[in-house]
Design a protein around this ligand. Structure first.
Ligand code: GDP
Ligand code: MG
Length: 595
């Protein structure tokens, strides 16, 4: 096994992880140059378009090193965005080492630190790599110092490279071989393989990606999935190069796939241990902790007859995205839809876009919210993921909201504005540390404030230089109230929010005035009110429309009239009839625009 190296690349988003992965694949001949499209590991259309990695991907590569020996390198790519950090820990569990890529012109950022800590916690060796040294603004020496001060690891032997020009990429590969240990494990023991990922393929069914720890895996083996107890006959094993390549066996220390005629994804749970029926492993490997969605929103089809189609689409999406949750929900205003749980706002955005693009759904999405824990007067504790489900105040002893611990890293000139922002967002400072030019701020903050618009504000208060990482800490009681929106006197459940009492009036007023600009004029006057309980805190009027759209057209020009009507129809698509008022998608998300 000493010719095998299993490694991941970890980095803050945009520091060049995918580019470096591609360069390594190119150098190690995993693909012909014709197949080397840009960023081969980001295979989903959305990943490529947005330049982000969502699912971890793998590549088994072979490389003839400077010592003259042939090595097998298994590269397991990881996502860089905070929403998908659980995928990072999964990938790292299959590795002995990780390349910590840091953009030499940017320096250490929040996910650089978070991912590096994840690696060290899992006992994975970290090799610092300074990327983008081709940029005139690169300051590798300063960044080395930053890595040592901020993260506290030795970076004197950091490798310099440019994933763009290819300079230093061979040094990176040599460092993988020299500085990352080969896998350990018992090649002749009972089979023990960790499921790193699993997904559904329309042609072959469930594909399981495993790291074989002990033993060997071959076609025709009878495998047992230890957590679920499911038994299956192995049809194929192989590796991704990143193209899939069948092999006769997978040995200890290797990373590869299993196809075993599994129909249901729930049989092959990520984190489970695969062993054989004939020679069972004594105990399973430690798995992963389950991830919980943090952000919830209602998704409703614009056309109510598309409800079943939306259910099918969600079901299909979930096959390859086990972190997505959904359950049916009914709204007085929006009809039948689903309450969906996401890892964060980016995840929510991606799911929404995939539903629209891949499944041709037209959706109305409600404002994202967090889960609240309610201690009721009768002594029970319940959780709600929809503000409109908040019971009457007389039943509630206490409303608790999720608090996260945020780590924010920024150059010291932005500390002032960032602290101000954290205070406005009800944060409590936990720590402030100076490291060279960088400052690391730690705050405990309500997750709800992060969900609203914290990230955009953070970026604008720091000219894009601050980076954020956060993790859930606890539920904490807060002075929270429900803010309702009434349209022509009727409460619209899909617009209810839970907010802090101190900002409730202000937010109510802002929201009502925002809605006035977003709801188009109707044939009659429309009143928009914001209320806390029975206390109306704001009222806005949308005056009735006077002119017909067609009145703007010249008499006989049919085509122009048709065009205008079509345009109007297209513009109308994302509208939902609530009572007799047409409300556009933007109005449901108006709270996100309130300062
Ligand atoms: P990831 O988010 O970490 O996967 O980052 P990407 O690999 O997608 O790279 C982010 C951006 O940085 C892309 O526009 C790349 O072309 C660019 N980039 C990556 N490596 C280098 C490099 O070595 N030099 C320069 N100048 N740009 C690079
Ligand atoms: Mg990437």
């Amino acid at each position: 096994m000493d010719h095998i190296r299993n490694f991941s690349i970890i980095a803050h988003i945009d520091h060049g992880k995918s580019t470096l992965a591609d360069r390594i694949i190119e150098r190690t001949g995993g693909l012909s140059s014709r197949e080397m499209e840009s960023q081969v590991l980001d295979s989903m259309d959305l990943e490529r378009e947005r330049g982000i990695t969502i699912k971890a991907q793998t590549a088994a590569l072979s490389y003839k090193a400077r010592d003259g020996r042939e090595y097998r390198l298994n590269l397991i790519d990881t996502p860089g965005h905070v929403d998908f950090s659980y995928e990072v820990s999964r990938s790292l569990s299959a590795c002995e080492g990780a390349l910590l890529v840091v953009d030499a012109s940017q320096g250490v950022e929040a996910q650089t630190v978070a991912n590096c800590y994840t690696a060290t916690e899992l006992g994975v060796d970290v090799v610092p790599v300074l990327n983008k040294i081709d940029l005139p603004s690169a300051q590798p020496d300063r960044v080395i110092q930053e890595i040592e001060e901020v993260i506290g690891i030795d970076a004197t032997d950091a490798v310099f490279c440019s994933a763009k020009t290819g300079e230093g990429v061979d040094d990176v590969i040599e460092a993988v071989i020299a500085r990352i240990p080969p896998p350990k494990g018992d090649p002749t023991g009972p089979l023990k393989a960790l499921i790193i990922d699993s997904w559904f393929d329309n042609y072959v069914g469930v594909v399981i990606l495993v790291r074989v720890v002990d033993g060997e895996l071959k076609p025709k083996d009878n495998i047992l999935l230890m957590a679920t107890g499911a038994k299956h006959l192995v049809e194929q094993v192989g590796v991704f190069t990143p193209k899939s390549l069948q092999r006769d066996s997978l040995g200890a220390g290797e990373v590869g796939f299993i196809i075993a005629g599994i129909k249901e994804l729930k049989d092959a749970k990520v984190g489970d241990t695969v062993t054989t029926v004939e020679r069972m492993a004594a105990a399973p490997l430690p798995g992963f902790k389950e991830i919980q969605p943090q952000v919830f929103a209602g998704l409703y089809p614009v056309e109510s007859n598309r409800y079943e189609a939306l259910r099918d689409a969600l079901q299909k999406l979930q096959l390859n995205d086990s972190s997505l949750r959904y359950e049916p929900e009914t709204s007085q205003a929006l009809g039948f839809g689903f309450r969906c749980g996401f890892l964060g706002l980016l995840h929510m955005d991606i799911v929404q876009e995939r539903l629209e693009r891949e499944y041709d759904m037209e959706l109305i999405t409600t404002a994202p919210t967090v889960v609240y824990q309610l201690a009721l007067r009768d002594g029970t504790v319940i959780e709600i993921d929809n503000p409109s489900k908040l019971p009457d105040a007389s039943f509630i002893e206490e409303i608790r909201e999720p608090i996260i611990r945020a780590t924010i890293i920024m150059p010291n000139e932005y500390v002032g504005p960032v602290i101000t922002l954290c205070e406005i967002k009800r944060g409590t400072q936990v720590n402030m540390q100076y490291a060279g030019r960088q400052v690391i701020l730690t705050y405990d903050m309500p997750l709800n404030e992060i969900v609203m618009d914290f990230f955009d504000k953070l970026k604008s208060n720091s000219r894009g230089y601050a980076s954020l990482d956060y993790e859930f800490r606890k539920f904490r009681a807060g002075d929270l109230v429900k803010l309702d929106i009434l349209i022509n006197g009727d409460k619209v459940d899909a617009l209810s929010l839970i907010v802090h009492r101190e900002t409730a009036r202000y937010r109510g007023r802002e929201l009502a005035s925002r809605m006035r600009t977003l709801i188009p004029r109707q044939m009659f006057d429309v009143a928009v009110q914001a209320a806390i309980g029975s206390d109306v805190v704001a009222r806005e009027n949308i005056k009735a429309m006077r002119k017909n759209v067609l009145a703007k057209c010249y008499g006989g020009d049919i085509s122009r009239k048709r065009k205008l009507l079509e345009k109007q129809k297209a513009g109308k698509k994302r509208m939902k009839q609530v009572g007799n008022v047409e409300i556009p998608q933007e109005a449901f998300l108006a709270i996100l625009q309130v300062e």
